[in-house]
Design a protein around this ligand. Structure first.
Ligand code: CP
Ligand code: NVA
Length: 307
């Protein structure tokens, strides 16, 4: 059976832990794991801009002994209307895996349904599971564990990071608090899936409206842009309702002693996070960015070694 990573709960808790262990091994020996020797080609397609995802996949696939094929999908025939299904069938004849950053989740589901090789979600409007694997790796290396820690996300609760953190966090047994302005709450179905997963792992997922209460005693604070890619013209006020959620020194004071701060980047300094926090001693964002490389290498290796 071909395995895909389309959303965070595609990995069971055991599988997630296995990938994170492998990510630590990849980090400890960056050039010593070469499961894509051949070189086996992997297509990495982008319908939206990217810096970290593109470069970490390109570097990581090369380090695994493989050959990255990076494509701006808008300049391919997909940009002229070739169907997702036809693209998936064709790509499956060329490459050993397909990594794709696109818009609606239904598109990557369509890709996976027609592909005969693993498909990896490199960000959709709804999920960013590669980022959350890197986030979990970062949290685990700072605290030595995941289950039982409290993670508070402050920002757009309906965006890809909020959804992936609540699903991936629940899978890891974290207590996830989502603090979002009214009208920017997580998708009800995804929230239900997160709560169900948390019931299996001993974690929890809660919506907490008040930012002060949401960060009280939290071990990890996470924020993200208030305006995700594609939302620039959605006509919603993405500034005023979000201002009280800014991760600044005052808010950070209410978190647990030893709390860390994550941001998937790119950051909008002065909006969702201040310079003081992003550049301060509690910030783990550069380790988090680096871990994209290791977590994604581990994920590809894991997906490709499945029977
Ligand atoms: N965090 C992240 O996915 O960054 P890019 O958009 O630069 O890939
Ligand atoms: N929520 C952001 C994440 C960027 C990596 C976006 O979708 O633009």
């Amino acid at each position: 059976m071909v395995r895909h990573l389309l959303r965070d709960d595609d990995l069971t808790p055991d599988q997630q832990a296995e990938v994170l262990d492998l990510a630590d091994a990849m980090k400890a020996d960056r050039y010593g794991h070469r499961p894509l020797e051949g070189p086996r080609p992997v297509a990495v397609l982008f319908d939206k801009p990217s810096t970290r995802t593109r470069l970490s996949f390109e570097a990581g696939i090369a380090q695994l002994g493989g050959h990255p094929l990076i494509v701006d999908a808008r300049s391919s025939q997909m940009g002229r209307g070739e169907t997702v299904g036809d693209t998936a069938r064709m790509l499956s004849r060329f490459v050993d895996a397909v990594v794709w950053r696109t818009g609606d989740q239904s598109r990557i589901e369509e890709m996976a349904a027609a592909a005969t090789v693993p498909v990896v979600n490199a960000l959709t409007d709804q999920f960013h599971p590669c980022q959350v694997l890197a986030d979990l790796q970062t949290i685990r290396e700072r605290f030595g564990r995941l289950a039982g820690l409290t993670l508070t996300y402050l920002g757009d609760g309906a965006n890809n990071m909020a959804h992936s953190l609540l699903l991936g966090g629940a899978t890891a047994g974290l207590h996830v608090r989502i603090c979002a302005p009214e009208g920017f709450q997580p998708d009800a179905g995804i929230l239900r899936d997160g709560k169900n997963r948390a019931a299996d792992t001993g974690g929890s997922v809660d919506l907490v409206a008040d930012p002060q209460a949401a960060v009280e005693g939290a071990d990890v604070l996470v924020t993200d842009t208030w305006v995700s890619m594609g939302q620039e013209e959605d006509g919603l006020d993405r500034t005023a309702p979000f201002r009280p959620l800014q991760v600044n020194a005052q808010l950070l004071e209410r978190a647990a002693e030893g709390a860390i701060v994550l941001h998937c980047l790119p950051a909008h300094r002065g909006d969702e996070i201040t310079d003081e926090v992003l550049d301060g001693p509690r910030s783990a964002v550069w380790d988090e960015a680096e871990n994209r490389l290791h977590a994604q290498k581990a994920l590809l290796a894991w997906l490709l070694r499945q029977p």
